[in-house]
Design a protein around this ligand. Structure first.
Ligand code: DX5
Ligand code: ZN
Length: 225
């Protein structure tokens, strides 16, 4: 039996948007559906409006993990929580009052999470650990799927995992996002990540159910070792 649960979160960013409902159905054996919201300001790409996000959330057979890559997330975050996201993640770099935003997300009934970009050091988010249900350490520059995994982020993942292990009351999940595949998931699991976003690895696979199981097995094996 696993001591630490492993969670796999397929990102629909690189799914076929012309048949999204079918694409969402392909990943029903995963733990959370990862929904990347981009505003073309915080990142050079635009995706899913709030209305589209609502439709995706209501169509998804599994809980939705919303990743906001938008400026001024402090007001918008609560709308995505109210829309039924199981979890709402916003970027520390974009927030002017992260601690209040985390509270607002929790108040609306969702798990509250913060993401940090590759250039943001862990110590900037560390004071907020107690208020976090999940910390997302980006393993690519946010904006696009299909980029290469940045293994130079693993020191930060290890630092975060150590800080989390020292917490006594509660343990936020530690998520990585970007370039996760069968080749890289073990590296991230070894560094201490327990929650894995995978976009192209899952959607480019012929059998996404098998790929989800294989990714889970690789990460689980490391956590059990
Ligand atoms: C990138 C997004 C990711 C992306 C991951 O900014 O946050 O969630 O979809 O895609 P892959 O797994 O292809 O790197
Ligand atoms: Zn993402």
């Amino acid at each position: 039996m696993a001591m630490n649960a492993v969670r796999i979160c397929p990102s629909i960013l690189n799914a076929d948007h012309s048949r999204l409902l079918e694409e969402i159905g392909r990943v029903a054996t995963a733990d959370l559906l990862h929904l990347d919201v981009m505003d073309e300001i915080f990142v050079p790409n635009k995706t899913f409006s709030l209305e589209e996000s609502r439709e995706i959330i209501s169509a998804s057979p599994i809980p939705v993990d919303t990743h906001l890559m938008i400026i001024n997330p402090d007001e918008a975050a609560i709308l995505y929580a109210q829309a039924g996201s199981a979890s709402v993640t916003f970027h520390l770099e974009a927030s002017s009052n992260p601690s209040q935003t985390l509270k607002a997300i929790r108040g609306a009934g969702a798990r509250a999470a913060i993401a940090i970009k590759p250039a943001t050091p862990f110590h900037e988010v560390e004071p907020l650990l107690d208020d976090l249900d999940m910390l997302l350490i980006m393993t690519v520059e946010p904006g696009f799927g299909g980029q290469s995994f940045m293994s130079d982020q693993m020191g930060k993942v290890r630092e975060a995992a150590e800080a989390i292990s020292r917490l006594t009351h509660h343990k936020p999940w530690l998520q990585v996002d970007g370039g996760i595949s069968l080749e890289t998931i073990g590296i991230a699991a070894q560094a201490g990540a327990d929650t894995f976003v995978a976009g192209s690895a899952i959607y480019k696979a012929d059998d996404s159910t098998k790929m989800i199981a294989a990714l889970r097995a690789q990460a689980q094996e490391i956590h059990n070792a």
